[in-house]
Each structure stands twice: as structure tokens, then as C-alpha cells.
Design a protein around this ligand. Structure first.
Ligand SMILES: [Fe+2]
Length: 438
């Protein structure tokens, strides 16, 4: 549906417009092959610059350093095509350039300005939402979507996807009942909404509703596990629900079946695998040779270091897990040398000290790990990810902490997850340390 508030369109080719609409659906739903839709749009009207810009923006949202040259080339090609384009489409080129240069905050600000005039610009909204996530900007995850949501008629087939974004933003702002209600409402309109399914899974994760969460994902498996870009991440969530019951064998079985090997091909997928193995190992599970396999699959993390601190920290987990301390040190050095633009700040403030803390932990220096990790908890969101993902820091601290710190962390944890087996497990470990100290 198009109306006054929809963005102006720089092509009169109906096939290109139809392909662009399909590409936007791929973008927000994570289903299928968005790249094919982008290419079909470009082929239908090679003179439409925005068709190249949206493909570049999508590539940049993958945070995949090896694909950045492809995005850069698309924007170079788009530039001469944009001279006669509507100003709104030219503004998209400006936002995409900022994202390409690593100025993610500026890119989000540019997309935000565009949304004020055209609140149903789904490209601007989707891109800003993902970069809000990568920047750990929880407020904007919620509020940016809230500013445009009422402009979407409920009968629009893409409205449930916007509502799903809002659900996730609410969850990251700790507004759990509202988040769950928004996610369920989105799915009542269209059950094929992986981002809404994901948002409700996060609510259940944060509230310690692990049995309900496992059932939630299992019952909706056909909507997220097949031909969907979020599948591996949602398998990771399913594995977290297993870990909450201390069933490390089941969690590792999910890793083997759905995350390991050729299932994962980009940083955003390998990092879920690393986060899962790290947590399983904190629970003293024997993960066998999975670390070595994961580190072997990871496409040269040292060469690609410095693109995004959150990904780099997870590559560090894989190297530490597989015992490659020299490469881990090389990764840290490469990150601090190469990080620029917004990622320089993220690396300096969170990424590098977090890597040092994880290295200390892996080398058995628990006291140094605590000194480095504990102060990061209040700023760790500045390098993005979700509450659930950053819980890895807390769990590492619980494994490393002396009795007083461990007891304090446990008190805090009990507020959110008072009765889960995982909380009880940490209580026993902290308690046994306390007994040993007296
Ligand atoms: Fe998640």
C-alpha cells in the first residue's frame, strides 16, 4: 500500500518497483534470498540508483568485513545514477556512505531524519533498527520504531514486521509484558515473523521461563528454522533454554545439528556458536574438539579484525577455546590498531578490555579476569548485542568471582531468574567457594 507518507520512488519501472517491494520483505523477514531480489531489481531498471543502495545497505547490516568491498562498489556505481533521483533517495545514499565508513551513529541519525518525513520508509527503519542493535542503543530500538508504528495501517502486510521490531525494542528496554504483547499481536496477524518470535523468546529468556521458551520456539519452528537468516540465532536461543536447565548435552546436540560446520558461514553465525560453547564450558561441559572446528571454520578473524568489536570478541572466544593464545593476542592487537570511526570507541571502551578479561580467565587468572570484567558490565551495551548475549560476561564473572563478588552477582541474578536450575547451579558453586573460604 502506498500513500502520502511513503517515500518517493525514483523508478517508473513497475517490475523494478515490484522487485524492490519483494526485496524489502526479504530484508525485514529474513526469509529466502534477499540478494536475488536486489539483483532482480537492479536488472529490471539498471538506471535506478536506489536499487544498488539498498543492496549495499543490506550487505553492511551483515557486519561482514569480507563483504564491505562489494558494498563500496555498489555505492560507487549508484552515485552517478542518483543525480536526478528524488532527494529522499539521495539521502539514502548519504546514510549508506556513513554506514560504509563505520559512522553507524551518523547513519542512524540520517535514517531517522528521513523517517520524520516518510515514516513508512521500511529501508530506513530496518537499517536503523539493525544498526541500533549493533550500537547497543536500546532506547532507539524501541523509540525509533514507536515513532513510526502508528503510521502503518494494520491491514498492511508488512505492519506485523514493524510491530515485531517494536517488540524487540521493548524487550531490550526491559519492558517485558509490553514486549510479549506486541510480539504476540504481530504473530496473530502473521505467524511468519521471526523477529517477533525472537522478541518473545528474549522475554522468556530474561524472565527465566525456559520451559515455556523452549516450547515457544519448538511450536513455531516451521516459521523460523527453514530458509531464514535468523535460524542459527534462534537455535542458539533454543540451546540457551537447554543450558538454563543444565542440559549441556542437549545444548551441544543443537550446536552440532544446526550451528556447527557448514550451517554457519558469516560472523553473525559463528559468534552464536562461540557464545554457546563458552557457556557450556563455563558449566564444566566437555565440548570435545568443537572449539578447534569452529576456530577453523571462522574466516581468518585476525585478518578481518577491527570491523566490529562485538564480532571480534566472539572470535576471541573461539581462539581462546581452541587454545590458540598467540592468535588471540594477535587478534587483540589487530583490533586496537585497525578499529576506526564508531568501532574505535566500541573497541576502546568495551571490546579490548573485554578481550583482555576473557584472556585472563582462559589463562586461569581469575582475579585479573574479575578486575577487567566487572567494571564493564555498566558499559558493555555500548558495543551492541542483546541483554541475553551480554549475559556471557556475567556468567564468566560467576565462574571467576571470589566469594563476595560471586554472592553479589548471584543476588542480582536472582531478581530476574530466581528459581532456574542454572541459577541454583551458580548458587552451589558460589556457596562451595564461600564454604572453602571460611
Ligand atoms: Fe537474540
Amino acid at each position: 500500500m502506498h500513500g502520502r507518507r511513503d517515500p518517493p520512488c525514483g523508478t517508473s519501472c513497475s517490475v523494478a518497483r515490484a522487485n524492490h517491494e519483494r526485496a524489502l520483505w526479504h530484508f525485514v523477514s529474513f526469509y529466502g534470498d534477499p540478494m536475488a531480489a536486489f539483483d532482480a531489481t537492479i536488472a529490471a531498471d539498471p538506471g535506478w540508483g536506489l536499487a544498488r543502495v539498498i543492496k549495499a545497505v543490506f550487505i553492511l547490516t551483515l557486519t561482514e568485513p569480507g563483504m564491505v568491498p562489494q558494498a563500496r562498489q555498489l555505492l560507487v556505481e549508484a552515485e552517478p545514477l542518483m543525480a536526478g533521483a528524488p532527494l529522499h533517495e539521495q539521502a539514502h545514499l548519504g546514510a549508506a556512505r556513513a554506514a560504509l565508513a563505520g559512522r553507524w551513529r551518523e547513519a542512524c541519525a540520517r535514517w531517522d531524519t528521513m523517517l520524520l518525513d516518510h515514516p513508512r520508509d521500511l529501508l530506513a527503519l530496518s537499517a536503523a533498527h539493525l544498526f541500533d542493535f549493533y550500537r547497543g542503543d536500546a532506547r532507539s530500538l524501541r523509540a525509533r520504531v514507536a515513532r513510526v508504528l502508528p503510521e502503518w495501517p494494520v491491514e498492511d502486510p508488512l505492519q506485523p514486521y514493524v510491530l515485531g521490531m517494536h517488540a524487540f525494542g521493548l524487550e531490550e528496554c526491559n519492558l517485558y509484558p509490553q514486549a510479549e504483547a506486541a510480539g504476540r499481536e504481530a504473530l496473530a496477524r502473521d505467524p511468519r515473523g521471526p523477529w517477533a518470535i525472537h522478541a518473545v523468546a528474549h522475554v522468556m529468556e530474561m524472565q527465566g521461563r525456559h520451559a515455556e521458551g523452549a516450547a515457544w520456539l519448538q511450536e513455531r519452528r516451521t516459521y523460523w528454522a527453514v530458509d531464514n537468516g535468523l535460524a542459527i540465532h534462534l537455535w542458539w536461543h533454543q540451546a540457551l533454554f537447554r543450558l538454563e536447565t543444565l542440559d549441556t548435552a542437549a545444548a551441544l546436540a543443537l550446536f552440532d545439528a544446526h550451528i556447527a560446520g557448514s550451517a554457519s558461514t558469516v560472523n553473525l553465525q559463528w559468534l552464536d556458536g562461540a557464545a554457546l560453547l563458552w557457556r557450556a564450558q563455563l558449566l564444566e561441559a566437555d565440548v570435545g574438539t568443537r572449539w578447534q572446528a569452529l576456530a577453523g571454520d571462522w574466516a581468518d578473524p585476525v585478518a578481518h579484525a577491527g570491523h566490529y568489536a562485538f564480532n571480534d570478541v566472539h572470535a576471541m572466544l573461539a581462539l581462546l577455546g581452541s587454545g590458540e593464545l598467540a592468535r588471540a593476542q594477535a587478534l587483540l592487537s589487530a583490533c586496537t590498531e585497525r578499529a576506526n570511526a564508531d568501532n574505535e570507541e566500541m573497541t576502546r571502551e568495551v571490546g579490548a578490555p573485554l578481550m583482555r578479561g576473557l584472556m585472563a580467565f582462559a589463562q586461569g587468572d581469575a582475579a585479573q579476569a574479575c578486575r577487567l570484567l566487572y567494571p564493564l558490565r555498566t558499559v558493555a551495551h555500548h558495543f551492541g548485542g542483546s541483554h541475553a548475549q551480554r549475559d556471557l560476561i556475567d556468567q564468566t564473572l560467576l565462574a571467576a568471582a571470589d566469594t563476595a563478588l560471586g554472592h553479589a552477582l548471584l543476588n542480582e541474578r536472582r531478581l530476574a531468574k530466581p528459581v532456574t536450575p542454572l541459577t541454583a547451579y551458580w548458587a552451589v558453586r558460589i556457596g562451595s567457594r564461600r564454604a572453602a573460604a571460611h
